[in-house]
Design a protein around this ligand. Structure first.
Ligand code: ADP
Length: 278
């Protein structure tokens, strides 16, 4: 009997062992497939601007003397534009792969006014050029949030950049931040700061609202210009998830879009966890 129990125990152990191995392999296969898909998408996206740059340089090299000065200038400008596109793409891919690696990020108390101010300063000129009003409505007495300054700056910058890109002249882009919930129901209800980036732009159809967070997904429309990599919102989603939160959006085609998320207020006990969060 003792022998039988021992054999059964061993069998159970073995079965458990096998089950875990199978699960691990399935996860590994899924991860490898996702990686392969990503690499294939990246290569595809890199090939187009590279091909364009090469074609323009080749044409200038071979037929430069047959072209007028204006034509030559146009070719160079386009090649330059394509190089910018390539740079944006490589930067976004690097940012995303850094975010998805096991790199640790320093989390600390962040005064949300600062990344918002910095984002506005960076985008003000672009807004003026496009004749879009860029405004902020940030409550003066906001508590600090528990986050990473650089990552949050990137979120604001990507969202405001998109809002400006998909809004026509005469439109308005706004960043708001306010405490939420406005009245706490329970003392232990987490206190957050809600951030909203809204625009009066082209809007996003309901069927696209989930997919826009996927890597390389871009809605086919007339504003689908050369700029943009289709990675900006994947980066935003990843960063907000690192802050233990989720990105939401409300949008109506032809009316505009609001992206919003909550960030946890910095509590004194966060100081213990402040360093090195994944
Ligand atoms: P992209 O580099 O193309 O902007 P994103 O990942 O930032 O990539 O966005 C994916 C797509 O989501 C965009 O190409 C666009 O179709 C749509 N989108 C993002 N933000 C907005 C917005 N504020 N208004 C309308 N469409 C948007």
């Amino acid at each position: 009997r003792i022998l039988l129990n021992t054999v059964l125990d061993q069998a159970k152990e073995n079965v458990k062992g096998i089950a875990i191995t199978v699960q691990d392999i399935t996860r590994e296969v899924a991860l490898n497939e996702a990686k392969a898909q990503f690499i294939s998408n990246v290569s595809h996206e890199l090939r187009t601007p590279l091909f364009n740059i090469k074609s323009f340089i080749e044409t200038l090299h071979e037929y430069g003397t047959d072209l007028t000065a204006t034509e030559q200038q146009e070719f160079l400008e386009t090649a330059n534009h394509e190089t910018d596109r390539l740079t944006r793409l490589v930067n976004d891919v690097l940012d995303l792969s850094r975010l998805e690696s096991n790199r640790r990020y320093q989390f600390e108390a962040v005064d949300i006014h600062q990344p918002i101010e910095q984002t506005l300063r960076t985008h003000q000129l672009n807004a003026k050029d496009k004749q879009i009003e860029l405004v902020q409505k940030v409550a003066a007495d906001l508590p600090p949030v528990f986050g990473n300054y650089d990552l949050l700056l990137q979120v604001f910058s990507n969202l405001v950049g998109n809002a400006l890109k998909f809004t026509e002249a005469g439109g308005r882009v706004a960043i708001r931040a306010y405490p939420t919930p406005l009245k706490r129901q329970h003392p232990d209800e987490p206190a957050c700061v809600r951030v909203e980036v809204s625009d009066t732009g082209i809007g996003i159809a309901p069927e696209d609202q989930e997919a826009i967070f996927d890597r390389f997904f871009r809605v086919e429309n007339r504003v689908h210009t050369l700029e943009g990599t289709g990675l900006g919102l994947s980066i935003v989603k990843n960063i907000i998830e690192k802050h233990n939160s989720r990105v939401h959006l409300i949008s109506e085609v032809g009316t505009g879009t609001t992206f919003w998320f909550d960030l946890a207020v910095y509590e004194t006990e966060d100081a213990d966890n402040a360093a090195d969060l994944d």
